[in-house]
Design a protein around this ligand. Sequence first.
Ligand code: NDP
Ligand code: 8X3
Length: 251
Amino acid sequence: MKKTALITGATSGIGRATAELFAKQGFNLVLCGRRQERLELLKNELGKDTAIHILNFDVRNREAVFSAIESLPEDFSQIDILVNNAGNAHGLDPIDKGNPDDWEAMLDINVKGLLYMSKAIIPQMVERKSGHIINIGSTAGKEVYPNGNVYCASKHAVDAINQGMRIDLNAYGIRVGAVNPGLVETEFSDVRFKGDSERASNVYKGFQPLKPEDIADIILFVVTRPYHVNIADLVVMPTAQASSTIVKKEI
Ligand code: NDP
Ligand code: 8X3
């Protein structure tokens, strides 16, 4: 039987690349995001390869998360794979100059949004004693870099939640693991720098960053291991990157 995967943040970057790759593999897909036009485009494009259901909601809105999951038609209601990917950085400022609105956005989306999604889907996995949750963390969840303060805190929280979920869901045979990328060229920096595209593109200049497709390949590898194999925590960086602050650039 075809498996159903739900991907949050499917309208861009890592989530979209994962949706495209999973569609080619024939997974049924529930694709989530806030940009309706992009969701519809995805449904049209990927619908040629597999069954697609789109859900438009903000992961910050707890009620919206629960009603979106409750609204799933029967064919899509059993979620076998949850990819908790929606997230972003907002701002890159020292702690004394940071904007509390940015802090709230990052904690609400990256941490609370991931929790709401998980809470909406885990009970059915517990009932079936089966399922797979992939949490998209970051190297920012493994170390802290200058001005990364709250984004790093949000991704450290994802790291802790990933471990906690694995412990608490162990009794039910549910697989839980994180994929933690370093620098991936997506819309991430456009969002972080609030549309300053020159500043955003400078982040990826002078070296070869990861592509969202590189991460999608890894997520596909993670979910296609035999069921007794759980990739618990995986860190991946571009070859040019050694840590958050050490990147070999040719400029
Ligand atoms: P993008 O900005 O390209 O994609 C972010 C996705 O998240 C979009 O689809 C966006 O959809 C969705 N999203 C953002 N906010 C919300 C919200 N409030 N409610 C619902 N969906 C939301 O960035 P990436 O693909 O790079 O980021 C994906 C994940 O990867 C994030 O968790 C990020 O932290 C992580 N990551 C990224 C790295 C990088 O270098 N790019 C490195 C390590 C981790 P929409 O706007 O339509 O809602
Ligand atoms: C995204 C990678 O280094 O910009 O999580 O924080 S970084």
